[in-house]
Design a protein around this ligand. Structure first.
Ligand code: GLC
Length: 473
């Protein structure tokens, strides 16, 4: 009989049900990849639980019933639903606080405090209701971190089973709002912690404090969060428990992101038919209204319009390269100021630069398949997914040596890397890239080296499995 490890995996979003950003990609793929590692020695029953956000398309959700959790000296109703994703059980939780909050992440921190406290505590109670008991509760980012805190406070109850708590850190600066009053309303007491005082009332720090293990989404980010520059005030706290902190690099969905089979792109190709890629570039130039010329390097930015991503640095760099022959395409939504800055660049350089400020997954794929270089000048980057997708499509990344970019892009081998979060530093790397681009053979070597990398989930899933095993033994 194989040993079974039961894992309750919580996230605010997971593709294909609901996706806002990279967290959604990861929470959609990682649990399935871990589950796929089940073998004769160990069976992994990993179940995903998500909030039933009003934006979730829930046609095939089977109602499981209603249960109650304590709130405000009385009780509040939790509605549970179930479906499957490629054989994996997926639960959805609904209730007043989730219905009251239209978007996945609200601008109103009060709504989010209530919603995610409710969700985390309800999700933690769900296994009891379905007569299943997890060995590990695995939370992601601040939204679900209170489940780890709740898990620890449950452990203090007489006779409680040991259930391990894991937090994956996708983005440390987002720690969540002050939930002290909300938590108390749900009957959960704030413990004496060795967190900095300001952090003692915030979901992510409380989850980190209560966890048995913390995973950063890349080895470099795991080191960075221990420093003052990236530690957001929790560096000393994290230093203190660094033996429970590790870094596991995210993967990408290599079946979906495959230039050999991608149905969104004009011409399919692979590492052995790289010459066909040129057709995608030509089609892209036509579509964007740029000159159809294979010799002009086509630069791309596919990103959330956010200062984290350093898109402002990229805009300044592009503006400064007046005498350089290049084309650029900018695709993404986010901060309205940055969206405007992108559109202004297009207005200033209509022959050279195109900006598309909407979400367009198909166009993103056409850009990966047709552009020559992808710019990622991030100020910090816990992992980053776009650089991995770009390499898989033979689009060469130009990235800052930070976080997951540092772990995935190899300077002069699979891309170009620069140190400083400054537009001059980025510009230097872009100019180097453009010089190398002029040498077809050298350029193709870079493209092929990137395409040959294995960014599938398999390796990450193995690491998570090892971690689970170390926690439940
Ligand atoms: C966050 C991080 C990004 C990471 C993603 C998935 O969006 O900013 O670097 O790739 O989470 O872990």
């Amino acid at each position: 009989m194989p040993k079974t490890i039961n894992v309750l995996f919580l996230a605010a979003e997971a593709d294909p049900f609901v996706k806002v950003g990279g967290l959604g990609d990861v929470a959609g793929s990682l649990p399935q990849a871990i589950r796929a590692l089940s073998n004769d020695d160990v069976k992994l029953d990993i179940r995903l639980v998500l909030p039933y956000h009003p934006v979730v398309k829930g046609e095939n959700l089977k109602p499981l019933g209603i249960f109650l959790i304590p709130r405000g000296g009385s009780e509040v109703e939790v509605e549970a639903f179930e479906t499957t994703l490629n054989g994996m059980t997926v639960y959805f939780i609904s209730g007043d606080p989730i219905r009251a909050n239209g978007s996945v992440y609200s601008l109103d921190s009060k709504l989010d405090a209530e919603k995610y406290t409710f969700f985390s505590l309800a999700a933690l109670e769900l296994p009891n209701q379905v007569h299943w008991s997890p060995d590990v509760v695995h939370a992601n980012d601040w939204h679900t971190a209170l489940s780890i805190y709740g898990n620890l406070t449950k452990r203090w109850e007489a006779g409680a089973r040991h259930v391990a708590g894991v937090v994956t850190l996708h983005n440390l600066p987002f720690m969540g709002p002050d939930i002290s009053a909300v938590l108390e309303n749900y009957g959960v007491k704030l413990a004496q912690t060795d967190l900095p005082e300001w952090a003692r009332v915030m979901p992510l720090p409380l989850g980190l404090w209560a966890s048995d293990a913390v995973v950063a989404v890349s080895p470099s980010y795991a080191n960075e969060v221990l420093t003052e520059e990236f530690g957001c005030g929790l560096n000393a706290f994290l230093q203190f428990r660094r033996e429970t902190l590790s870094g596991i690099l995210n993967g990408i969905d290599t079946d979906s992101f495959d230039p050999a089979t991608d149905t969104s792109i004009a011409v399919n190709y692979d590492i052995n038919s790289l010459e066909k890629r040129a057709e995608n570039k030509g089609m892209l130039q036509d579509k964007l209204g740029l000159a159809n010329d294979p010799n002009i390097p086509l630069l791309a930015i596919i990103s959330r319009m956010d200062v984290q991503k350093g898109v402002d640095l990229a805009f300044t760099a592009l503006k400064s390269m007046k005498n350089v022959n290049f084309q650029a395409v900018i695709l993404g939504t986010g901060d309205p100021k940055l969206e405007n800055a992108a559109l202004e660049l297009q207005t200033a350089f209509p022959e050279k630069i195109k900006a598309i400020t909407r979400f367009d997954a198909a166009l993103a794929r056409q850009i990966y398949a047709g552009a020559d270089m992808l710019l990622m000048p991030s100020r910090y980057e816990p992992c980053g997914l776009a650089q991995m997708i770009a390499m898989r499509y033979g689009c060469v990344p130009i990235a800052r040596a930070v976080g997951g970019l540092n772990d995935t892009v190899k300077h002069n081998r699979t891309g170009f890397v620069f140190e400083k979060a400054h537009h001059m530093s980025l510009m230097g790397a872009v100019k180097t890239g453009i010089k190398v681009y002029a040498n077809r053979e050298q350029w193709q070597n870079l493209q092929r080296a990137g395409m040959a990398q294995d960014f599938s989930w398999e390796a990450s899933a193995q690491e998570y499995l090892k971690l689970y095993q170390s926690l439940v033994k």
